[in-house]
Every structure is written in structure tokens, then in C-alpha cells.
Design a protein around this ligand. Sequence first.
Ligand code: OGA
Ligand code: MN
Length: 294
Amino acid sequence: MTELKVTPLTWNFGVEVSGLPLADFVPSVRFEELRALFEEHSALLFRAQDFDDAAHLELARAFGPIEDRKADERKPGEEFTIPKVTNVQSDSSLKGDMDMHRLHLESNFLWHADSTFLPTPALTNILTARVVASNGGETELASTRAAWMAMPEELRTRIRDRGIWHHYSVSRAKISPELAKHPMFHKWPATRWRAIWTNPVNGREALYIASHAYRVDGYDEAESAELLDELMEFCTRPEFTYSHQWRVGDVLIWDQRAVLHRGRPWPDEQARTLSSICCSVTDSDGIATMRMPQ
Ligand code: OGA
Ligand code: MN
């Protein structure tokens, strides 16, 4: 077994992991080590991996149930395929400027955690680069654990102990009112989560917000929007963020309970494709403590 080495990605969170090649990684043997790093550092980067779809699926299954947002749309016998974040259409031509898909991709440029609008949100996203642009197209992460620790008490008091409401259409409306009307963004009723997610393994607290958040208990719509903006701005200050410039073969894994992310634009005429698998949280990830009495 090669020796595992971790190198910090930033002062506050995230590590690059080497000595744990994902190609011959057998989750049943070494997953505990990887999971401990995930709980501790919130984001893990593996570079230059030989990481095919089968390895991607196997690693994801070790984290939790694989999220399948299209389960209800699939015909009988049609199998789950790994979601792609891409501007390339299935016929390989680049997607046009104004189409809905492009606007949907643009919503990823807003800071968010994945799936806060689902009845069961995501624990992690395992993202890997298949095709990269020559410049741009970074994925950026922001630690809401580090930000929460550093946040002035005055701001913490305004959000702590409150519930925050989320809906898929909210983030899409920020990009385009037309896009937000699409039925895909109205499949799930609004969710409400506690503002603070306490990690059940180490007790560390993190603010749980996203571009999908729109309402905070105890505040009206305008006050909620203002507070959420202020929190988002604080959490995404440079000292709490990491910007990842992709190379094919990179694998980036983060804890959605404690980290926000966003994509950055890249030149329109270039292809960029990431494969993304989200795993859902389970009871041991602390989801029960996030639900609030109605
Ligand atoms: C995602 C996502 C950002 C990017 O996969 O959930 O938001 O950089 N990706 O493409
Ligand atoms: Mn995302």
C-alpha cells in the first residue's frame, strides 16, 4: 500500500490527497480513511486519476445512495447514466447561446450546495473532468464551516436557530424568469432546513445556505433576501474559498453540508464536460437534526 499524503489546498479547508490511487481503490478496504479526511477537511482533491465511470460509481456508492433526480422520467428498463455538466450536446455540437440548457448551466455559476431543494439533500458531489477548456471553467469551493467560525457574532445571531426555505426554481429565476417556469424546477415542494448543520462526527458547525434559499423564518421576503445575500457574501470571501483549475483526470469531492460551490464561465466555443455524481445524505450524516418541527 502506498503511503497516503495530504497537502492543504487553502489555509482553512480542503486537502489534496496522494498515495490513494482511485483506479485500484477498493472502497470496502480503505473507505474509512477517505471518509475521515472528508469529515475533517470538507474537500478532497485527487489529481491525474485513472477514474472511469465504473470507479466513479463504486466510490459514490460508498458515500451513500446515488442521487437520481430523473428517476421519475426514465422509461422502464432505461438505466441510470452518470450526469454530465456539459455544453456539448449529444450530437456533439456545442449548445447554442440562448437555449434553456445554457441558462441552466449558468445557474451553476451562482454559489450553491447541490440538492438543498430535494426532500433528501446531497452529502457530496464527486466531480471529475472529462473534457476541459483551455482557460476558465474553474470550479470554486467556499467553506461555510470556516466562514461560520469567523463570522461576527452580530451576524451569527440573526441566522442561528432559524429555518431556511429552499426551492429549485429560486436559483433559476435569478438567471431567467423563463427558465424558472420549466416543470423540471417544480417537481419538489419547498424544503426547510435548519440554518446550521452540525457535523455528527466532529461537532463542527457550518452554515447551510444555497442559491436555492429564499426565506428565513422570522423575516419577510425582502429581509430574508437581504440577510441571505449578506451571509453569502461573507461565506464566499477569498479567505474561505478555493478555485480549482481542471485537468482531465482530476477528481474533486466535497461535503455539501459545509461547502458551497460554483462553476466559472469558459469560452463559448470550447467544450467542457465534467461527470458528476451526487450521493444523498443518510441518517448518520445528521439529516434528522436539520429537519425542524413545522
Ligand atoms: C455541479 C456544479 C459546477 C461546475 O456539478 O453540481 O455545480 O464547475 N458544477 O461545473
Ligand atoms: Mn452544483
